[in-house]
Design a protein around this ligand. Structure first.
Ligand code: 5GP
Length: 123
């Protein structure tokens, strides 16, 4: 797998607002936030998509949710609530091919994401 922009962020080759780091994961603010709080939790291991998660990666992928909840507690929005999303491939809306957990918070979030308005715009 070739390097993505996220490998460059891990290696500090390009800047990012890093909010958490440990031996397995890194979390940083999304450059184009979709909610008052929007950050990404990524594994340091470059796994392209959810489809590429190997058996030995289960621990690191579960760790991403653990980190999301840990940051939510530390930043004080855990009880209020938040959403985590991991997009996969084109129809999932994935644009960076290094898996990442979006963490969105700070306002009530709409559901479902595929609204009638969006549906009619795509038809
Ligand atoms: P995806 O569409 O793959 O689920 O999400 C990729 C996310 O990465 C997007 O929300 C996008 O705004 C974010 N992103 C893309 N490039 C950069 C970057 O260079 N820095 C940061 N901090 N976020 C980025």
């Amino acid at each position: 797998m070739s390097d993505t922009i996220f490998t460059k962020i891990i290696n500090r080759e390009i800047p990012a607002e890093i909010i958490y780091e440990d031996e397995l994961a890194l979390a940083f603010s999304d450059i184009n936030p979709q909610a008052p709080v929007h950050f990404l939790v990524i594994p340091k291991k470059p796994i392209a998509t959810i489809n590429d998660i190997a058996e030995e990666d289960r621990h690191v992928v579960g760790h991403l949710s653990y980190v999301a909840a840990k940051i939510a507690a530390e930043k004080g929005f855990a009880e209020e609530g938040f959403r985590t999303v991991m997009n996969c491939n084109e129809f999932g809306g994935q644009t960076v091919y290094h898996i990442h957990l979006h963490v969105l918070a700070g306002k009530p979030l709409g559901w479902p994401p595929y609204t009638d308005k969006l549906k009619s715009a795509l038809e």
